[in-house]
Design a protein around this ligand. Structure first.
Ligand SMILES: Nc1ncnc2c1ncn2[C@@H]1O[C@H](COP(=O)(O)OP(=O)(O)OP(=O)(O)O)[C@@H](O)[C@H]1O
Ligand SMILES: [Mg+2]
Length: 250
């Protein structure tokens, strides 16, 4: 199953991605986590050390060229997660983490090449039923190119109950509609109660798939640079676990 997590800047995509990744791992899934934000934070949220040792997948281009000379196009070989070279990932228990890793260049440099590698990788990887890919996407909608999100089984959009975040979600919904993606789901973050969920539903025409409240534990763990999941209250863990267990491969 392939899942992408999108939404406006700062709404909690990476935080929620890290909890989803750890929840799947705890459920016994093998998770390939992909941080596709140009300024990656997921490694820290997941509590990985030695993040400097990871080679961004943008640099896979060289490897791909090398492999295609020797044995035909890598992407035509139906690569499996286990075939991916270790230098591109950090690994712990059931979690492998890759970063797309475009370093933001002055002058608004485009991360097009990196996104092409990501798209090819996500499209071509063959997963077994125990494997899940979770992608923490860059903020906004611009990067949500056809290729990458069209191949995901679930596009999750994080919103907070305020207009600005809903507007971005609306754009993502429109894009998903245009592309014929029927698996868009909304996740409510920092939702205080039913009234907030009603607001999201009224504005977007979709009730959140799940919602979590503001959590002082999450905030304080992030501030200290700790592995967030270890501090997430059980009530929130259970909300997310119950929701994820209903997700099917489309
Ligand atoms: N439910 C929550 N309770 C408390 N704090 C939260 C919650 N969700 C997110 N935060 C905090 O909000 C801030 C932004 O969250 P996060 O980095 O996950 O957002 P993002 O959408 O990934 O941002 P960006 O667009 O910059 O990638 C972080 O400090 C995080 O700890
Ligand atoms: Mg983020």
């Amino acid at each position: 199953m392939k899942i992408a997590i999108s939404g406006k800047g700062g709404v909690g995509k990476s935080t929620i991605s890290s909890i989803i990744i750890e929840t799947f791992a705890e459920m016994g899934k093998k998770v390939l986590a992909i941080d596709s934000d140009p300024s990656p934070h997921l490694a820290r949220l997941l509590g990985f050390e030695h993040t400097e040792r990871i080679t961004p997948i943008a640099e896979m281009n060289e490897l791909l060229a090398e492999r295609s000379e020797r044995q035909g196009a890598f992407y035509n070989l139906n690569p499996k997660v286990d075939d991916l070279p270790e230098k591109f990932m950090l690994e712990r228990d059931n979690i492998k983490l890759m970063v797309v890793g475009a370093i933001q260049k002055g002058g608004g440099g485009c991360a097009c090449a990196e996104n092409a590698v990501l798209r090819n990788l996500v499209n071509s990887l063959l997963l077994n039923p125990q494997e899940v890919i979770v992608m923490d996407m860059e903020a906004g909608v611009e990067h949500l190119g056809r290729g990458t999100i069209q191949s995901v089984d679930h596009l999750l959009t994080v919103v907070q109950p305020y207009k600005g975040s809903i507007e971005t979600a609306r754009k993502i919904k429109k894009l998903a509609d245009d592309l014929g993606i029927k698996t868009l789901k909304v996740i409510g973050n920092q939702v205080a109660g039913r009234e907030d969920e009603d607001f999201i539903e009224q504005e977007l025409g979709m009730r959140p798939f799940f919602s979590i409240p503001f959590s002082p534990e999450i905030r304080s763990a992030e501030r200290k640079g700790l592995r967030v999941y270890s501090y997430v209250p059980d009530t929130i863990k259970n909300i997310i676990k119950n929701a994820l267990s209903t997700l099917q491969k489309s």
